[in-house]
Design a protein around this ligand. Structure first.
Ligand SMILES: *[C@@H]1O[C@H](CO)[C@@H](O)[C@H](O)[C@H]1NC(C)=O
Ligand SMILES: *[C@@H]1O[C@H](CO)[C@@H](O)[C@H](O)[C@H]1NC(C)=O
Ligand SMILES: *[C@@H]1O[C@H](CO)[C@@H](O)[C@H](O)[C@H]1NC(C)=O
Ligand SMILES: *[C@@H]1O[C@H](CO)[C@@H](O)[C@H](O)[C@H]1NC(C)=O
Ligand SMILES: *[C@@H]1O[C@H](CO)[C@@H](O)[C@H](O)[C@H]1NC(C)=O
Ligand SMILES: *[C@@H]1O[C@H](CO)[C@@H](O)[C@H](O)[C@H]1NC(C)=O
Ligand SMILES: *[C@@H]1O[C@H](CO)[C@@H](O)[C@H](O)[C@H]1NC(C)=O
Ligand SMILES: *[C@@H]1O[C@H](CO)[C@@H](O)[C@H](O)[C@H]1NC(C)=O
Ligand SMILES: *[C@@H]1O[C@H](CO)[C@@H](O)[C@H](O)[C@H]1NC(C)=O
Ligand SMILES: *[C@@H]1O[C@H](CO)[C@@H](O)[C@H](O)[C@H]1NC(C)=O
Length: 498
């Protein structure tokens, strides 16, 4: 019995030492361990949860459209256009990623996006039968394409527009203006024109602001992203868009295709980080700067926002000038004509928020408000999970006076707002609870391991002390091990120890 006890003790000591070392190592390496487990979970592989959540998201998505009803078109251009905002017309969005191909040798995958929208009559403010008046986008597009033509061709177009009864505005039902589309004699003509005069746009039989997008897999294009399997590479970063690795519309740094494709954010974000997100709708990479730290359902997140300089073309933002082709126009807008088959399409923030004051002086009824109209990504900084996202932009049509075309002879040079859209994503409570837990594990894991290491270290010390001073009573050891009372107290009660 006497010979066996030290042996047993030695084994226990060795075991405890091993566990202490393991716990200590875990504590020290906690961040890397967490990183690699996390990285393996967020990487896009056919069997990960990340992939299942991505391929057919179950998060409720809403697409909200606000239309600007033009109430005084008969007095244009003498009277400033008066716009009344209608909406939101709310659509539930069902999104799927389809036609997925994997390229494991490159650490990438490619996909297309198919979206279906369902009108949500209950939560919309308005119906699809609302009679809405907007600028005549078809005529404005035809005239924009003709702005550099010669006198005779312009006169010809002018007569053609008059013959087909084209006015400066159109009044249609909201449903027709949005997804359903409406017939227009000009569309018939456009179908028979050579592609060069229509900018290569696919011939459509109807016109609608979102006509042809419902259930289409082509709208967002063919996207190639990183899977995150290659060490050190984040998942969801854009590699190619429609088989190109740069933007053909611009030159220099503006042609750079980079950043997240919108669904995966980098992690370890700081206040200095600039979020880089590629947006097919804007045909460019957009940069978001940190603006605030907010809290939602017990989760702190960083808000990254579009600011005044995001679409500024003044010398204050030299990096933006490569987006201008002929001249740098108003700041606060993005000329997306080049990637919309030459249509006079300009995107801005809703109500020209952060835009040039001249834009707002040409129309009545716009009231920019950062709370309602800003474009931001709220991201949990450590894990890079989007918590609160509001993607918003406004579609505007460019007008300029063209003396030879009667319809546009006297129009001011301006951007005419047509509609704005909002896509909000707010985390569900179930996911938020999960995130809070992951966050706690990541924050406290190292501390807990360190405590475990300390405990085992304590046991070893205890055991080895036992071995050295076998004659001491266990009680003494406990007293020497823990040192809860300060010396003064011990001096005051010298007898207590005995
Ligand atoms: C994130 O930060 C942790 C430490 O805070 C570090 O170990 C890790 O490498 C970082 N990850 C990335 C992707 O930068
Ligand atoms: C839009 O404006 C026109 C002209 O003022 C008006 O007749 C129509 O009722 C308005 N539409 C809605 C939905 O308010
Ligand atoms: C609904 O739309 C009307 C204008 O058509 C507007 O005055 C009203 O504020 C809107 N209501 C909400 C809740 O947005
Ligand atoms: C699906 O992806 C393949 C590439 O793997 C591509 O060739 C094909 O055109 C895609 N299908 C559609 C309908 O675009
Ligand atoms: C994979 O990478 C190679 C070499 O960089 C490239 O030639 C090839 O086109 C890539 N394949 C895909 C599908 O991206
Ligand atoms: C989109 O298509 C689906 C059928 O696939 C249809 O049920 C839905 O009403 C359409 N949405 C709109 C806005 O037209
Ligand atoms: C819509 O309103 C305009 C006038 O604002 C009117 O001329 C047109 O007939 C109306 N359309 C419908 C379908 O009610
Ligand atoms: C955004 O951040 C970048 C880099 O951190 C900086 O160069 C730029 O000036 C910032 N822009 C604004 C508007 O703060
Ligand atoms: C601006 O451009 C310069 C040179 O092209 C580049 O070094 C810098 O990082 C760019 N800044 C931003 C915020 O993109
Ligand atoms: C918009 O951009 C296109 C091509 O990038 C250019 O040809 C056109 O002149 C620009 N429009 C205006 C009004 O600046």
């Amino acid at each position: 019995m006497r010979g066996r006890a030290p042996q047993w003790r030695r084994a226990a000591c060795a075991c405890a030492a091993l566990l202490a070392a393991a716990a200590l190592a875990t504590a020290l390496a906690w961040n890397s361990i967490f990183e690699s487990v996390f990285a393996s979970q967020v990487a896009l592989k056919p069997d990960t949860r990340s992939f299942r959540d991505w391929v057919a998201p179950t998060v409720p998505l809403f697409f909200e459209v606000y239309l600007f009803n033009w109430t005084n078109p008969e007095n244009f251009p003498e009277e400033t256009p008066n716009l009344v905002e209608l909406g939101p017309y709310r659509f539930r969005e069902h999104r799927r990623h389809v036609n997925i191909s994997w390229f494991p040798e490159n650490g990438t995958m490619a996909y297309m996006t198919q979206r279906t929208w369902y009108f949500d009559a209950d939560t919309s403010n308005g119906t699809l039968e609302d009679n809405v008046t907007i600028i005549n986008v078809i005529a404005a597009s035809a005239i924009y394409r003709a702005r550099h033509w010669g006198y005779l061709r312009q006169k010809g177009l002018s007569m053609g527009l008059a013959m087909f009864g084209q006015g400066i505005s159109v009044s249609r039902l909201a449903g027709e203006l949005l997804f359903e589309g409406y017939d227009d004699p000009l569309m018939e003509i456009a179908k028979n024109l050579p592609a060069s005069t229509t900018g290569g746009a696919p011939p459509l039989d109807r016109f609608g602001l979102f006509y042809g997008r419902n259930n289409s897999i082509d709208t967002d294009g063919y996207v190639e992203i990183t899977t995150g399997e290659t060490p050190g590479v984040l998942p969801g970063q854009i590699v190619r868009w429609n088989h190109l690795d740069h933007l053909p519309f611009y030159e220099g740094s503006c042609a750079k295709m980079a950043g997240s494709a919108g669904e995966f954010m980098p992690h370890n974000l700081t206040e200095e980080t600039q979020l880089e997100i590629f947006m097919g709708d804007l045909c460019r990479t957009v940069y978001f700067n940190y603006s605030a730290t907010q809290s939602h359902m017990g989760l702190n997140y960083h808000k990254y926002e579009l600011t005044k300089t995001s679409f500024d073309y003044s010398p204050l933002a030299p990096n933006n000038t490569c987006f201008c082709k002929e001249e740098c126009g108003w700041s606060g807008v993005m000329n997306v004509s080049a990637c919309r088959f030459g249509a006079p399409a300009f995107l801005s923030l809703p109500h020209f928020l952060h835009g040039d004051a001249d834009l707002r002086s040409k129309v009545d009824g716009l009231h920019p408000d950062p709370d309602k109209h800003s474009f931001y990504f709220g991201v949990e900084p450590k894990l890079g999970v989007p918590v609160d996202v509001s993607a918003r932009f406004q579609f505007n049509v460019y007008l300029e006076p063209i003396p030879n075309i009667a319809l546009f002879a006297n129009v001011p040079r301006m951007l005419f707002p047509v509609f704005w859209v909002q896509q909000k994503v707010v985390l569900e409570e179930k996911v938020a609870a999960e995130l809070r837990m992951v966050r706690a594990v990541s924050d406290w894991g190292a501390t807990i391991c360190a405590c475990v290491a300390l405990t085992f270290a304590g046991i070893i010390t205890l055991a080895s002390c036992c071995k050295k001073s076998q004659f001491k009573k266990p009680k003494d050891i406990i007293v020497t091990l823990e040192k809860p009372r300060d010396e003064a107290e011990m001096k005051l009660n010298p007898n207590e120890k005995q």
